[in-house]
Write a protein that binds this ligand. Structure first.
Ligand SMILES: [Zn+2]
Length: 453
């Protein structure tokens, strides 16, 4: 039996995941994400799909990051009426993530005078077609085709997607977690895989500070408290926010740091934290044990959720020391800008980076030590101290990715390395080929290949 695999997105760069798997009678899609990055990304997102959306039977979704779900409403707008399946938490998370993306789009498009890619009706329709299915439950598609979700350990609800067809199995990794995580379960081992399509975001980079990340955070907080300063932490709303809250909760409750006011000043981050609270059964054993011991891991003395604008504005009136978590994670929008504008010129301020800062973003400039930045039209002199902790990445690094393939190398026949910058993807595929002796390739965008099943 043969199947055709088309790389409709998600190759040539880390974002825009979109893979089409066709058998003789079924067409399924894996992920439908937005391409993110520079100006050319927007043109790519507006391009028509290289397939008829109306002919797709089922869309399977790995996780709720926008580069994996952000183009689903556009698929709907162009005629998709099939079913959408993901794990239940991914479905819960998709709603606020898509709504937030749409409001950002509307804001951007207004400035340019163009139309957003889709509207709220397309999002509501996507959600009406969307069903949550548990991990490890076989989802039948046809007599000889079925799908199973396995925990990827990347963000809440993240799944690797196993496609069982004929006599063989193919694994679509989505993004792979940097296990062990404080909250999530480890990336699951999936046996007897013949073909792998895997991410390579950190295919050529190592994560520093992984084991000492909590100690480093403790040092940064203590230092900031000692000088009675403001600690600003730009965070992504999904996963990093919850990770950092978990860490601060641990540090406060173990008495390692004093209880100073902590503000989660991100409406999306607050909504997502509420979804985490409702989905505790997906947490790892140690996080569940803490919860069963009576501790709410997202609640500790002096933690404030400031969803309302008035509450957000009131943060200014609270005397330091204080800690502010706000989006966006790369300081290119969101409420973090108000706080940066207010506090970066104060030498007592600490700006802490716990996430990747893409080239060209204000976050990257600040991380590189830029002394003057433009925030909301104003020149700000940077006198704040900056610090970076890399160990909180939600992605496996180069060795983690290599080990992931190594553990399944007995059965794997072919590896498709996707979702990474060309340099990272090429490096990883070369390494898999040279050291494991496997057939590993970096597919071209739009390329189709036939696979024997
Ligand atoms: Zn992701």
């Amino acid at each position: 039996m043969k199947a055709k695999l088309t790389f409709a997105g998600g190759t040539g760069g880390p974002t825009g995941a979109n893979f089409l798997f066709e058998t003789s009678d079924k067409k399924i899609l894996i992920d439908c994400g937005l391409t993110q990055g520079d100006e050319s990304a927007e043109d790519l997102n507006r391009e028509m799909f290289p397939f008829d959306p109306g002919a797709i039977d089922i869309l399977f979704v790995t996780h709720a990051h926008i580069d994996h779900i952000g183009r689903i409403p556009f698929l709907i707008k162009n005629g998709f009426r099939g079913k959408i399946y993901s794990t239940p938490p991914t479905r819960d998370l998709a709603e606020p993530m898509l709504d937030d993306t749409l409001s950002l789009m509307i804001h951007e498009e207004r400035k340019k005078g163009t139309e957003p890619l889709y509207d709220a009706v397309d999002i509501r329709q996507a959600l009406s077609l969307w069903t949550g299915i548990e991990y490890r439950k076989e989802i039948p598609v046809s007599d000889d085709l079925s799908v199973v979700f396995h925990d990827a350990g990347h963000v809440l609800g993240s799944a690797m997607i196993e496609v069982r067809y004929g006599k063989k199995k193919m694994l679509f990794t989505g993004d792979l977690g940097n296990s062990p995580s404080s909250i999530l379960r480890d990336t699951e081992y999936v046996p007897d895989i013949d073909y792998v399509l895997m991410e390579s975001v950190y295919g050529d980079r190592e994560h520093e500070h992984r084991d000492e990340r909590r100690d480093l955070l403790e040092d940064v907080v203590k230092e900031s408290v000692k000088k009675k300063g403001v600690l600003l932490i730009p965070v992504f709303s999904l996963e990093r926010t919850q990770d950092i809250l978990f860490e601060i909760n641990e540090l406060v409750e173990s008495g390692k740091i004093p209880a100073v006011p902590v503000f989660l000043d991100s409406p999306l981050g607050i909504k997502i934290t509420e979804i985490y609270k409702k989905n505790k059964k997906y947490f790892n054993a140690s996080a569940q044990a803490i919860i069963q011991g009576g501790d709410d891991i997202f609640q500790f003395p002096k933690l404030h959720f400031t969803a309302d604008v008035e509450d957000s504005k009131a943060i200014r009136g609270v005397h330091p020391p204080k800690i502010i978590l706000a989006g966006s994670g790369m300081s290119n929008g969101g409420r973090i800008l108000h706080h940066e504008k207010e506090y970066l010129s104060d030498p007592k301020t600490t700006l802490l980076f716990v996430g990747y800062q893409a080239v060209g973003t204000p976050g990257r400039l600040l991380e590189n030590g830029e002394k003057t930045v433009r925030i909301m039209g104003e020149e700000i002199k940077v006198r704040a101290h900056t610090a970076t902790i890399h160990g909180y990445s939600a992605h496996r690094d180069m060795n983690g990715l290599f080990d992931f393939v190594d553990q399944m190398s007995d059965t794997v026949q072919k590896v498709f390395v996707v979702m990474g910058e060309p340099k990272a993807a090429t490096f990883l595929s070369q390494r898999i080929h040279d050291y494991l002796g496997l057939d590993a390739v970096v597919p071209r965008l739009g390329e189709s290949i036939e696979l024997e099943f």
